[in-house]
Structure formats: structure tokens, C-alpha cells
Design a protein around this ligand. Structure first.
Ligand SMILES: Nc1nc2c(ncn2[C@@H]2O[C@H](COP(=O)(O)OP(=O)(O)OP(=O)(O)O)[C@@H](O)[C@H]2O)c(=O)[nH]1
Length: 222
């Protein structure tokens, strides 16, 4: 097989960095996307977690998405610039029930801007409002969210890592945009699948099961 043929067959790799305050749901989002799982228990990310997921975009375009899930406490730390460096996409995640998590995105975004100051290509910036299953507790107005997107030329996403609502669509839309793949309406609707919440039986062992998908993997760097 020639080099160019080999290149065509091999997957495109995209680096997605997920930023935002602690407890906004970054790990949950990454886990929902890469492993189709959700854990109710909060476990703080120290440093970063790393996930890989292979997806196929329309036209049989295979993409391996690297998801760099950055701990909320890394803001102001020495390593953050290094984690953000070279990202093709940055997901700025906030919790729609937590006003402060939205306000603080400015600090996260400033890090992204600083890292890319000298770079020729800008990453795709996506604003992600998480926890839409808690719409009744919404503290951040949709208008504010949309204004941020307009002012910063970012794409706009509302998701629930808990139910799975629009999570795959969010990652798929960003990857498609980066690779210039057009998604039609049917493809967008298809990936909107809502995953029903678990029924928990408290008499049984807590659910610590890991779903081992052959198409995804994860490791933790501390
Ligand atoms: N209701 C609801 N809860 C969520 C959702 N996403 C995450 N959570 C919960 O919010 C808490 C924090 O979620 P994490 O994914 O650990 O948050 P994080 O942003 O990774 O936090 P750090 O590791 O501190 O940066 C956990 O208890 C999750 O179960 C969601 O979509 N809906």
C-alpha cells in the first residue's frame, strides 16, 4: 500500500479540550460521549483525564476524537497552557443552574486566547450549557448564552450528560465543522438520542460498572 493510500485509510485525529469550572460536568460529558455511561457520584478530576472515541461522519469519514478532560482546579496552574496547546476544538462547559460557572468561562477562554496568540490557526470554540435536565433550575438565561456565542464566534450547544440529550450531536457537529463535512437534518436528529435515566435499586451494589466499548479508551494523568 502506498503512503497516500495508507493515509487515506487511517483515521483523522482531533484533539478536543474540555474546559470549565469544577462540577460543571466535564467528566460526565466526556464519559457520556466516549463510554455512553454516567455516574451520579462526583469525583473531582485531578490534573486531567483522557478519552478516545472513534466516530464515523457522513461520507464514511472516520475520526478519532481525543477528549482532554481538564480538572476545574487547574485554572491558574502551570500545566493548563500545555494541555490546551494544539487543540483543534475547545469546549467551554458551564452548568446552566450555576451562574458563576458561566461567568468564569471568561477566565478559561482567556487561557485559550493566550495559548493561541501566536498560532496561525484558531481552534473551534464551542459554548456548552450542561445539565439541561435541570431546566427548572436554570440560572443562566439563553440570551446570555447566545450573546457569548455571537461575540466570540463560537458554536452553541445545550446538553445533558445525565440523560445523554444532544451530547453525541455536540461532538459530532464540532468534528463535522472542523473537517468540513456537512450534516443533514436527519443525521442531526438521529444523533439527538435521549438516554433514559437509570432506575436505581438501592438494595444492590452501587453501579460502578465500566462499559468497555472496544471503540473507546481512557486513562488518567495526574
Ligand atoms: N443533573 C445533572 N447532573 C450532572 C450532569 N452532568 C454532571 N452532573 C453531576 O454534576 C457533578 C459534577 O460532574 P463532573 O462531571 O464530575 O464535573 P467536572 O466538571 O468534571 O468537575 P471537576 O472534575 O471538578 O472539574 C456530578 O455529581 C455529576 O453527576 C447533568 O447533565 N445533569
Amino acid at each position: 500500500m502506498s503512503d497516500s493510500e495508507e493515509e487515506e485509510c487511517s483515521d483523522r485525529q482531533l484533539k478536543f479540550v474540555v474546559l470549565g469550572d469544577g462540577t460543571s460536568g466535564k467528566t460526565s460529558l466526556a464519559t457520556r460521549f466516549a463510554q455512553e455511561a454516567f455516574g451520579k457520584q462526583y469525583k473531582q478530576t485531578i490534573g486531567l483525564d483522557f478519552f478516545l472515541k472513534r466516530i464515523t461522519l457522513p461520507g464514511n469519514v472516520n475520526v478519532t476524537v481525543q477528549v482532554w478532560d481538564i480538572g476545574g482546579q487547574t485554572i491558574g496552574g502551570k500545566m493548563l497552557d500545555k494541555y490546551v496547546y494544539g487543540a483543534q476544538a475547545v469546549l467551554l462547559v458551564y452548568d446552566i443552574t450555576n451562574q458563576q460557572s458561566f461567568e468564569n468561562l471568561e477566565d478559561w477562554y482567556n487561557v485559550v486566547k493566550k495559548v493561541n496568540e501566536e498560532s496561525e490557526t484558531e481552534p473551534h470554540v464551542a459554548l456548552v450549557g450542561n445539565k439541561i435536565d435541570l431546566e427548572h433550575l436554570r440560572a443562566v438565561k439563553v440570551d446570555k448564552h447566545l450573546r457569548f456565542c455571537q461575540e466570540n464566534h463560537s458554536s452553541s450547544h445545550f446538553v445533558s450528560a445525565k440523560t445523554g440529550d444532544s451530547v453525541f450531536l455536540c461532538f459530532q457537529r464540532i468534528a463535522a465543522d472542523l473537517l468540513d463535512v456537512k450534516l443533514n437534518k436527519a443525521e442531526m436528529e438521529q444523533s439527538q438520542s435521549v438516554v433514559k435515566a437509570d432506575i436505581v435499586n438501592y438494595n444492590q451494589e452501587p453501579m460502578t460498572r465500566t462499559i468497555n466499548s472496544p471503540r473507546s479508551s481512557m486513562c488518567t494523568i495526574q
